[in-house]
Design a protein around this ligand. Structure first.
Ligand code: ZN
Ligand code: ZN
Length: 184
């Protein structure tokens, strides 16, 4: 049993959500109180946060704002590397099933509407472009990948005509944006 810091009621451990960074691995508020707390905080702060974010995006322009966000995330990661890695490793351990599901769905989506011949063509195409420079920047780098011109997450498939060679830098920059919107 553990006493909730908010409602002060003693409740069984199952009534608390996990929180890896706390001493006992659980949140101090019970699940019920935590969701209530979040709801209130969101109502009070949500509008303010949204307004701030929108104002910043308007000030910087969309592209700059995205760059800013990426840089912020990078910096945040560098500062909190250990904690983030630990959390991710824990999450991965606890969510093998979920991950398997995501991978399976990805594979299904990848080959959607593709015949055996299509798949064979894609394999051949991959071999053919293996030594090509980056499709986007034209450079050769040590870290080269096959990239889906139209991202799988946006409905692209694994057909040969959707596969290009890309360096990791361009791959990262492009992320999930459509290749045709992708400007250097
Ligand atoms: Zn409570
Ligand atoms: Zn490139």
């Amino acid at each position: 049993m553990k006493t909730c810091s908010r409602c002060k009621v003693s409740k069984p451990l199952e009534s608390y959500s996990k929180l890896a960074s706390s001493r006992d691995g659980l949140q101090s508020k019970c699940k019920q109180c935590f969701s209530e707390y979040n709801r209130q905080r969101y109502q009070a702060k949500g509008e303010e946060i949204r307004a701030k974010v929108n104002a910043r995006a308007r000030r910087l322009g969309k592209d700059l704002y995205e760059k800013y966000q990426r840089e912020y995330l990078k910096e945040y990661y560098q500062k909190n590397k250990e904690r983030i890695n630990k959390r991710n490793a824990e999450y991965a351990k606890n969510n093998r099933e979920v991950r398997r599901g995501i991978k399976a769905r990805y594979r299904t989506q990848l080959v959607q509407g593709m015949s055996a011949l299509d798949r064979r063509k894609s394999t051949l195409h991959r071999k053919r472009i293996k030594d090509n420079p980056c499709y986007y920047c034209g450079r050769y780098r040590t870290d080269m990948h096959d990239d889906h011109y139209y991202p799988i997450g946006l409905g692209g498939t694994d057909h040969w005509f959707n596969i290009v060679r890309a360096c990791s830098e361009c791959n990262f920059k492009k992320s999930k944006r459509l290749a045709r919107d992708f400007i250097f």
